[in-house]
Design a protein around this ligand. Sequence first.
Ligand code: MN
Ligand code: MN
Length: 464
Amino acid sequence: MSEKTEELRKSLLRAPKNGYDRISAEDKAEMERYCRDYMKFMDAAKTEREAVSYTVEKAEAAGFVAFVPGMELKPGMRIYRNNRGKSAIFAVIGKEHIDNGAQIVASHIDSPRMDIKPNPLYEDAGMAYLKTHYYGGIKKYQWTTIPLSIHGVVAKKDGSVVTVRIGDEPSDPCFMVTDLLIHLSADQMKKTLAEGVTGEALNILMGSEPIADDEGADRVKLGVMKLLNEKYGIVEEDFLSAELTMVPADNAREVGMDRSLIAAYGHDDRVCAWASFEPLLNMEIPTHTAVCVLADKEEIGSVGVSGMQSQFFETFMADVCECQKGQLRRCLERSFCLSCDVSNAFDPIYAEVSDKRNNSQINYGIALCKYTGSRGKGGCSDASGEVMGRIRRLFDDNNVVWQTAELGKVDQGGGGTVAAYMANRNIDTLDAGVPVLSMHAPMEIVSKLDCYMTMKGMKAVYHD
Ligand code: MN
Ligand code: MN
């Protein structure tokens, strides 16, 4: 190859590099620090409620105050609004007037799981069970025979609310969904993966010891209820006003001999939530007001009072505008939103579902996703070339290792994020986030480098 061709190649062709060939030693040390904190967050926050409690506590310790409409807002002030304990918005007031727009990062803190039905507890064959209805997109067979824990709240008739969390501590019992032994699975093994384990088969094994000295029915169920009553003061009817959910009991773990990866429940999308929240804690006064949205209900369509489609976002932004005698419409029109959500990392074991040239890859950094959707980009917010250009420039200027992503081959499937709901509000919006292996499985895998680069990217967005 002549020198001239080599020059041409360098100047004209794109040559993506592995993030480890681009990261500085300083960044690498900071990456380990960041990932340790992230893993702590993951162990503490397995539900949206726990994610809100954890981030609000950290924020308050860093000087954030609960926002009150009408309060005086000065540059550098740190405020937050807790939406019913299930979603939250954090903001650092910028030097510029709010009419000049905000720099927003929106991610979600709900993850696929199994929710407890309103009338869940029953006994069969000398064992007690809880009935569940799964939440979000799961491969049901993956949720059998793994240790599970119960998280959530019970709103009692007297108006009090008790918080429930059993199964994560080594001294706790865990819970489990059973599966059929292989010896008798001749019929089950002929079914498709979608049909092999049904939704109504996802019943949680809760106990087996009957209450003694009683010949009545359902003595095991009674025994379980007695223990729940002793621990939480609840009775069976209280399940009707409970919000209990089954999540994997395991904590986050480093993966691989080189410890370069992290396995945890619910990287989608708490890995992006943490990446967008953490930079706020010691942020210097930004030019534009920095807004971090942690939304709920993305996995079931961003609906409901705590989802990204809720008016909660407008209410908060309008209240902030009013404090500065600004206008919500002006503000949104000049705002930018990075919809921070995970993408599917290329998995060579399942290479056939992806266009390798356009899929995101482990260790190539935060993945920019111009569009999501399915069947011809259906239902997505297709970001403009200009918006892509702006972020590409911003990330390069800030030494953020980035790549691009597309969710699988054309017509292979698809998915969505909160991006469309932000763009509908007249906000320029782009999807970007961490590539994930085994997305929506009980334990998902991400790379430390991609986690860290996503945080660096969000920092750059806030300061743009
Ligand atoms: Mn997601
Ligand atoms: Mn998801």
